[in-house]
Design a protein around this ligand. Structure first.
Ligand code: SF4
Length: 503
């Protein structure tokens, strides 16, 4: 696992200083709340409790990282940890003093919390299978970690108008989501030279947008110059006053695509070369073994006992095993022999979805997140319980859901085949928990398609609605058919059905 002890120690000292200033009264509660987010510390719903999010660079956890996470969680008496869609790990339910001790403990091991939240550059997103994907142009993990190093050493990266997300994909299918990132890079080779197709100004949230193509070939050696130039452009042109208009894509809205793209490229051109040192830690050397297994417990909740068993099992295997967090809250185990993979999959069948819906993506929602509206984890549990009452054909008919507890889109509901966004709907004057339903979103080599909104369904009705949707699909003879194709062919029937359920 890639670590940066100095940067992590600096971040921990800054956070500790901030907590002390708050306790002494030199920071108001509002100032403290605003400041601690940058260190991945957020207040939970239960007063006096906090969650801490730690950066797992590129999601490359490996066995040593898993051991660190397990040790840190156990020392605090936690029973589970949460994996995020940004390939980070969250520790929940801590009192303030414990957040300081945890951040310090993690920093001693080289893990940083800085920028895992707040207005700064977040963890660099990489596909977990980077280096192992069929048809990839080249392994982008060493580049992703080089970008991560640059960010962790660059103060500007943590002093921005809003959050800033970078993603690198090794092939056009774009498994890392480069085309919906603030800055996205997709591997290319031109005339034998390695480089990237670069995009900027995309993102989900309240104002979802596919990124703008900046340049179709950025030489590899200029990668960090583009990162640096984009950060400078963002800091200079971004809206520092109005948080709701402060993302990079809002500059694009304001300036128009042409001026936005030219502005970033001018900042890039003015930035001299920054040496690119490709990182090797956590990157397997030599021939790579093809066996792999993905674990995906519901909602990204990992019980420590299960993780400990995973660790012990993998520790016994020969050769370096890859253990990486995925952007759908899963854990990808790779570089295994085929037989080892089979045995591992059988041993951890309980951490693998029995049917696609069971592997749905859900943010922590309002039970933990202080700005959350819906409770995706609870709704997902109800959905799975409801589908377990149905015959196998119905259970298998729908793909995994992507459920966000609010418009912040942590579960990327807009680019899901079936996405749900938590909201409160007034019915007969009373507030009722509901979800806005989005269907038909996607993100692949063909580009990004935002799902269409199909109205609001009451949270309590969602399990039955989904069963009805699965039945409609099966009865149309499309039980095994890809959901997006079914939607293309039966869009009208689906719309009519959603209209009957919506409130
Ligand atoms: S989507 Fe909203 S509720 Fe869910 S974790 Fe993100 S901010 Fe919190």
């Amino acid at each position: 696992m890639w670590k940066h002890r100095d940067a992590a120690a600096r971040g921990a000292a800054e956070y500790k200083g901030m907590v002390e200033a708050f306790k002494e009264g030199s920071l108001t509660p509002e100032q403290f709340a605003k400041g601690r987010g940058l260190y991945g510390v957020y207040a939970q719903r239960v007063p006096g409790t906090y969650m801490v999010r730690v950066r797992i660079p590129g999601g490359i956890l490996d066995l040593d990282g898993l051991e660190l996470v397990l040790g840190a969680a156990r020392a605090r008496g936690l029973l589970k940890v949460h994996a995020t869609t940004r390939q980070d790990i969250q520790f929940h339910g801590l009192v303030l003093e414990e957040t300081v001790r945890l951040v310090e403990d993690l920093a001693r091991s080289g893990l940083s919390v800085k920028g895992s939240g707040g207005n700064g550059a977040r963890n660099v997103a990489l596909p977990p299978e980077a280096g192992f994907l069929e048809g990839e142009v080249f392994d982008v993990a060493p580049h992703g970690l080089a970008v991560e190093r640059h960010l962790q050493e660059e103060p500007l990266a943590f002093s921005l108008p809003r959050k800033f997300k970078i993603a690198l994909s090794p092939l056009d299918a774009d498994p890392a989501g480069a085309r919906i990132a603030d800055l996205g890079l997709i591997a290319r080779i031109r005339d034998g030279e390695r480089g990237f197709c670069a995009y900027a100004g995309g993102g989900l949230g309240r104002n979802p947008k596919e990124s703008l193509l900046l340049v179709d070939f950025l030489p590899e050696r200029r990668l960090l110059a583009l990162v640096r130039g984009t950060l400078e452009f963002f800091a200079r042109e971004g809206d520092w006053k109005d948080r709701s208009k402060a993302r990079l894509r809002h500059i694009r809205d304001r300036m128009g695509d042409k001026a936005f793209g030219e502005g970033i490229l001018a900042a890039y051109a003015a930035t001299g070369d920054i040496p690119l040192v490709l990182e090797e830690e956590g990157i397997p050397k030599g021939r790579r073994r093809k066996g792999s297994v993905s674990l995906r417990p519901p909602g990204g909740e990992y019980h420590l006992g299960e993780l400990e068993q995973v660790r012990r099992h993998l520790q016994e295997l020969p050769g370096p095993v890859c253990l990486r967090l995925t952007n759908n809250q899963g854990l990808w185990v790779g570089n295994l022999g085929v037989r080892e993979a089979r045995r591992f999959a059988a041993a951890f069948a309980s951490l693998r979805p029995r049917f696609p819906l069971e592997g749905s993506l859900g943010c922590v929602g309002a039970s933990i997140c202080s700005i959350g509206i819906g409770k995706p984890q609870e709704t997902l549990e109800a959905v799975v319980r409801r589908f377990l009452l149905e015959p196998p054909a119905i259970r298998r008919a729908l793909p995994a859901l992507q459920m966000s507890g609010c418009p912040s889109s942590c579960a990327r509901h807009q680019v899901a085949s079936i996405g749900c966004m938590g909201r409160i709907k007034k019915i007969d004057g009373s507030p009722v928990p509901a979800y806005t339903l989005f269907l038909g979103g996607s993100m692949d080599g063909a580009g990004v398609r935002m799902g269409d909104a199909y109205g609001e369904i009451r949270a309590v009705d969602l399990p039955d609605f989904l069963v009805a949707l699965a039945r409609l699909k099966v009865e149309a003879g499309a039980g095994e058919v890809d959901f997006d194709r079914f939607l293309e062919e039966q869009g009208e029937a689906v719309r009519e059905m959603a209209d009957r359920w919506k409130v």
